[in-house]
Design a protein around this ligand. Structure first.
Ligand code: SF4
Length: 756
């Protein structure tokens, strides 16, 4: 058992660190990881306690190097969610009109057969491309559902749950892949089994946390408490955020910016670092491309210029740049950035600018630095392995491959959601007539401009929703509802970065895992591509085809170990471990990290980082600001909810009963708004109401609305759809306003007015 994380309730005599399952009295204890809902997509290591195959308790696994026994309240509350009375346990067919929330139970075979019959009918009538799948963020479904789309439905259209501009991690991934040729993450020792005890590891001296509150969000395969782990060992932090988060309160420098001005602030920080020689000239000379062009680009980006744009003080920008630059020159810096960069129209160039700051410190792929992960995204391995040659047959004409410069040159992990919306609205370039939605609730969450998506979805002839509960999207549109298994009710492989983890099934409430849905439907639709008879056979296929993870073991072996670490090496670029040709350097056209990005140049995107104002903003549309004087940010995470999940949980609603809009104390006083008042938030796109939280910690002139709100306690049928339109922040956001690259959307940079 790992030292320092032993809870009282764990008896050293009973706990079996070397076994995946054991008995404690009348309880069976199973080690696993939690990846599918409810919870989040971090995949923390858990101990499931079951009695007569029913889940009675869940604890963090103290032996896991990943989360070392720690769990959020969402996972600790799993027993309530698994046994929740509103859960659906059998497939449902809609009865009567859409939207009346009336259902009849049907068998799994009936459900599968009906979906297959409708698929054939719609394919014959409109072509297979008129089918689109959609999935929720970062879960198991994000590899099984696209595989089913390509090889089962034979459509290239798998959209990211109607998320505009693919604005969740993809803009940062695009920037990293274009600049580095691989994905990079902050090194918290997570690639090493012994973590901080591995002699190869050392902590970063300085961590730049930008647009991210990782201890609440735990996003993108990054467990937020790792930041606290390194802070306890001496790491200092700089935070850039419009809100005073807990981490910002502990920072050496906190830069409080206007949402959406990140690019301007990063350019000014680069200006200071370069002007003052706070960079690693040797690394820049040897391993990067385009430094002189970058220097010229930032020459007139003074802190004063950025401060005026970002509504902050020039001195603070300068101090942040000097603190970060000096730490990089004298030690190790790393970067932990977040969704708020993706959720702005110019998120890709903002990420480009921020990445350049880390790059010129030279702390790339070194212990405690920004490490290159060339064995991440194992989901893609599997979906591509399953679809095999099918992709070349079906890929032409995928929706939105012309939506933005990077998409036009093939940088497109999914079909475009914005193009999917337009196709539903106009039938151009061809109609979308069937949706198969897995763990996504697009008229509440993910999809921006909820009412527009709702209206567009009325043109869908057949809609399947696979989820844990009846959601507003299911109530409004599902013709067939398939109940999905929760994390403890399915087996599988959790592949996202490292380590590789087993998901072990301990109970069964009737729902099916994504693997089962894919296999059952895939076999009926296109049996040649789905030859596995059982999930176990398929899991073993996954283990053999996780080509970018150099681990040779069967699923049974992984299950026994629960967590497995592939080898990891630092300074891979020096050893020829990053390039396909085995030469030293990075997998880019120049073999260097491209500060001046040749790929952007080729695609017709500005090859250097730049800043531009959001479509609606104090600087671009001052006339609109007279009517809507606040900058509106949406989507910060809460402890209790993962996006639109958990609203039916008694425990979570006890902690967090209402949707919260946060506004600054001075702004609230001027508007006569007091803590706890229900207020309207309105902009040119819609109006909602949330409860006011009045705080001095959010920037003056900025309000933040919580996202994902619906009310399972209200009527599910039309027109209320569980109160979907009352407090839903996506009634205030817009679709089809993505950046020139094709990525990034303004979830974080709208405008609004607020009144009682
Ligand atoms: S980060 Fe929290 S909710 Fe997510 S898997 Fe870990 S404990 Fe569960």
């Amino acid at each position: 058992m790992r030292e320092g994380f032993i809870r009282e309730e764990f008896s050293k005599d009973l706990y079996k660190p070397d076994q995946w399952q054991w008995q404690e009295g009348d309880l069976t204890v199973t080690r696993s990881c939690q990846w599918s809902g409810p919870g989040c997509h971090q995949g923390c290591s858990v101990l499931f306690y079951t009695k007569n195959n029913e889940l009675v308790k869940i604890e963090g696994d103290p032996n896991s190097p990943v989360n070392e026994g720690r769990l959020c309240m969402r996972c600790l509350n799993m027993v309530e969610m698994v046994n929740h009375p509103d859960r659906i346990h059998t497939p449902l067919r809609r009865v009567g009109e859409r939207g009346n929330n009336q259902w009849e139970e049907i068998s799994w075979d009936e459900a599968y057969d009906e979906i297959v019959a409708k698929t054939k009918e719609i394919t014959e009538k409109y072509g297979a491309k008129s089918i689109s799948t959609g999935m929720g963020t970062g879960r198991n479904a994000s590899w099984q559902t696209p595989a089913l789309a390509f090889a089962g439905f034979k459509t290239p259209n798998d959209n990211a749950g109607m998320l505009s501009g693919d604005s969740c991690y993809t803009p940062r991934m695009m920037a990293m892949n274009a600049l580095f040729g691989s994905t990079c993450i902050a090194d918290m020792g997570q690639c090493l089994e012994k973590r901080f005890d591995d002699p190869r590891y050392s902590i970063p001296d300085m961590m730049l946390i930008w647009g991210n509150n990782p201890i609440v969000s735990n996003a993108d395969g990054f467990f937020g408490h790792w930041v606290i782990d390194v802070m306890r060992r001496g790491t200092k932090i700089i935070v850039v955020d419009p809100r005073l988060t807990w981490l910002a309160s502990k920072a050496e420098v906190w830069v409080q910016i206007r949402p959406g001005t990140d690019g301007a602030v990063a350019l000014a920080m680069l200006h200071v670092m370069i002007e003052e020689g706070l960079y690693d000239a040797e690394f820049v000379d040897k391993w990067t491309y385009g430094f002189d062009a970058l220097k010229e680009r930032v020459a007139d980006w003074t802190p004063e210029r950025a401060a005026e744009i970002a509504w902050c003080e020039a001195d603070v920008i300068t101090k942040a740049a000097r603190t970060f630059g000096a730490a990089g020159v004298n030690g190790t810096t790393t970067l932990q950035w977040g969704l708020k960069l993706d959720q702005q129209k110019y998120g890709v160039p903002a990420a480009h600018a921020i990445a350049c700051m880390q790059i010129i410190t030279g702390n790339i792929d070194v212990p405690g630095g920004f490490i290159c992960i060339n064995f991440g995204y194992t989901q893609s391995d599997i979906r591509e392995a399953i679809a095999k040659d099918m992709m070349s047959e079906i890929k032409d004409g995928r929706l939105g491959d012309d939506y933005g410069a990077l998409r036009r040159v093939g940088y497109a992990p999914h079909s475009s959601t914005d193009a999917t919306l337009v196709a539903m609205e106009t039938g151009e370039p061809y109609p979308i007539k069937m949706l198969y939605l897995c763990s996504t609730n697009p008229i509440t969450n993910m999809g921006a401009e909820s009412k527009r998506i709702y209206e567009a979805m009325k043109s869908i002839e057949f809609c399947v929703v696979c989820d844990l509960f009846i959601t507003p999207t299911a109530a409004a549109f599902a013709d067939i509802f398939l109940p999905v298994a929760m994390g403890c009710e399915r087996s599988g492989v959790r592949g996202w970065y490292t380590p590789l983890r087993a998901i072990n099934k301990v109970t069964d409430a009737g729902g099916k895992g994504d693997e089962v849905l894919m296999l059952e439907l895939g076999k009926r639709l296109n049996p040649d591509y789905f030859p596995w008879d059982t999930v176990e056979e398929f899991d073993n296929y996954c283990m053999e085809n996780l080509s970018s993870v150099p681990l040779k073991m069967t699923f049974e072996e992984l299950r026994d170990k629960v967590i497995a670490y592939p080898d990891f090496e630092y300074r891979k670029y020096e050893k020829g471990l990053l390039r396909a040709d085995g030469k030293p350097g990075f997998q880019t056209a120049t073999g260097r990290i491209e500060l001046y990005c040749t790929m952007y140049d080729m695609a017709g995107v500005d090859p250097l980082p730049y800043f531009d104002e959001p479509t609606e903003s104090p600087m671009r549309t001052p006339e609109l600001m007279e009517e809507y004087p606040f900058v509106l940010s949406t989507g910060a995470r809460s402890w209790e909810f993962f996006h639109s999940e958990q609203r039916q949980s008694k425990a979570m609603r006890e902690f967090h009963p209402d949707p919260i809009v946060e506004l600054n104390t001075e702004d609230a006083a001027a508007l006569g708004i007091k803590e706890g008042d229900w207020v309207n938030i309105e902009n040119p796109h819609g109006k909602i109401r949330q409860k006011a939280r009045v705080v001095p910690t959010i920037k003056k002139g900025v309000v933040h609305c919580e996202h994902g709100w619906w009310f399972p306690e209200l009527a599910g049928e039309e027109p209320t759809l569980f109160g979907n339109w009352e407090s839903n922040a996506n009634c205030l956001t817009t679709m089809c306003d993505f950046g020139p690259s094709g990525y990034g959307a303004p979830y974080n940079t709208q405008i609004c007015r607020v009144y009682k």
